[in-house]
Design a binder for this molecule. Structure first.
Ligand code: AMP
Ligand code: GLY
Length: 445
């Protein structure tokens, strides 16, 4: 009998995790709570349990004989889901509430980095508008304003002028856009360079890094428009050198993992480092206590070992094995509902995207229509029969021998589909091509 694994979450990241687990030799069954109906197309089960209902999840695992759980999103981690599972003797892959603060509190992360000389942007913390505004006036722009706590990326303003910086402070302290409690702001220096994500499997003081990836946070081509949860990603990132990655591991990942263990909050799970390769070496812009989204959808397809066996080994305090393809690129593009990240248009039929053994669709904001009988059969022919239910609808991902080949394959398909009611970026991976294509002024050897 193989293992049964519960994945908590509902997005494309959880779809990619569940699909990868299901491929493993030692796994029989994967259920995602609450998941989405797009996952079911891949033989993944879903159960309508809210991730905030820890008692119901525990009851489900115990009564259905589940071996362990993997927590996708940050909110249940910060609410102590791993602590609650452990208390009843259930295994859950993810950090405790205390260790998850590395993501949940910018201030916690910044103080940890300061104590251990881990390179990050210089910063100051403020709890009132006047002092923060005075600091902005004195420091000048560019400058970065971050609301402390959970704002899902929305709490960050990269201000290129002081006016914008002061506006961001007003939003936080005067308009109270992110709530009233314990108002705290981290103001940090602007870092310049290529942004990349370095995720690692972690067990206490040991860690196993994954290939690096690059997210695209802005909504539109050319990094224009509002910040989103991420519009696409690719891995590896050729314009960030192996030396830089090695340096990031030695000056950031190892000391952070050791610091968390040493200070009594040992970390088990996925540590995500959002980094900028500055002229002065890699520096941290943020830590997350979980798999990144959409990075995971472009990193897990490169895994050649079994994800289930690796995680199971960590949960049993054994040595895991993780091996990766090094001769290929994975690239994923998000199809989003028009209006995202503001008010996404819901209820649009989601187009069916053709896939092969090298490409996948990872679903996120999709649901079954309330009145399927009202759908025009002609429309259904080229659709999944599912409709959009939130901003990011799916990730279309492929693995190819080169970045150019991966990009062409994705866009040749997307550009010929009827994507009315949706939008996507046309330049995922462009920063790498600018850097690696010869005769380009930015060419990197
Ligand atoms: P975060 O939510 O912390 O990931 O920030 C959102 C985005 O803002 C990041 O992906 C970066 O592109 C940008 N950012 C955050 N902090 C900095 C910084 N100190 N310097 C430059 N860009 C930053
Ligand atoms: N891609 C950034 C994140 O997962 O937070």
């Amino acid at each position: 009998m193989g293992m049964k694994v519960l994945v908590i979450g509902s997005g494309a990241r959880e779809h990619a995790i569940a699909a990868t687990l299901l491929k493993g030799a030692s796994v029989d069954e994967v259920t995602v709570a609450p998941g989405n109906p797009g996952m079911e197309l891949d033989g993944i089960r879903t159960t309508h349990i809210d991730p905030s209902n820890h008692a119901a999840l525990i009851e489900f695992m115990q009564s259905s004989g589940y071996d362990w759980a993997l927590v996708g999103p940050e909110v249940p981690l910060m609410h102590g889901i791993v602590d609650d599972f452990r208390e009843v003797g259930l295994k859950a892959f993810g950090p405790t509430r205390a260790a998850a603060q590395v993501e949940g509190s910018k201030d916690f992360a910044k103080q940890l980095m300061a104590r251990h000389a881990i390179p990050t942007a210089a910063y100051r913390t403020f709890t009132d508008y006047d002092a923060a505004a005075a600091y902005v006036a004195e420091h000048g722009a560019p400058i970065v304003i971050k609301a402390d706590g959970l704002a899902a990326g929305k709490g960050v303003t990269v201000a290129l002028d002081t006016q914008t910086a002061l506006g961001a402070l007003e939003d936080i302290f005067v308009e109270r856009r992110f709530g009233n409690d314990d108002l705290k702001v981290v103001i940090e220096d602007f870092l310049e360079g290529q942004e990349f994500s370095l995720m690692s499997f972690v067990n206490g003081t040991e860690f196993w890094p994954m290939p690096i990836s690059q997210d695209h946070k802005r909504a539109y081509d050319g990094d224009k428009g509002p910040n989103t949860g991420g519009m696409g990603a690719y891995s590896p990132v050729p314009q960030v050198s192996d030396d830089t990655v090695e340096q990031a591991i030695n000056t950031i990942i190892r000391p952070t993992v050791e610091a968390l263990a040493e200070e009594g909050t040992p970390f088990t799970g996925i540590l995500y480092a959002g980094l900028i390769a500055t002229d002065d070496g890699p520096k941290v812009i943020e830590f997350n206590a979980r798999f990144g989204d959409p990075e995971t959808e472009a990193v897990l397809p490169l895994l050649t070992s079994d994800l289930d066996e690796g995680i199971n080994a960590i949960l049993n305090d054994e040595q895991p094995t993780f091996t990766w393809r090094t001769n290929a690129t994975a690239l994923g593009v998000v199809l989003a509902a028009k209006g995202y990240p503001g008010k996404p248009k819901k209820g649009t039929l989601v187009p069916a995207i053709p896939t092969d053994s090298d490409s996948h669709i990872y679903y996120a904001g999709v649901k079954k229509p309330k009145h399927p009988e009202n759908q025009d059969p002609a429309d259904l022919i080229s659709s999944t029969g599912l409709v959009s239910s939130s901003g990011r609808v799916l990730v279309y991902e492929t693995v190819a021998p080169t970045l150019q080949a991966a990009q062409s394959k994705i866009y040749d398909t997307l550009d010929t589909l009827n994507t009315t009611g949706f939008f996507y970026r046309h330049d995922i991976g462009a920063k790498a091509l600018e850097a690696i294509v010869p005769n380009n002024p930015n060419h990197i050897e």
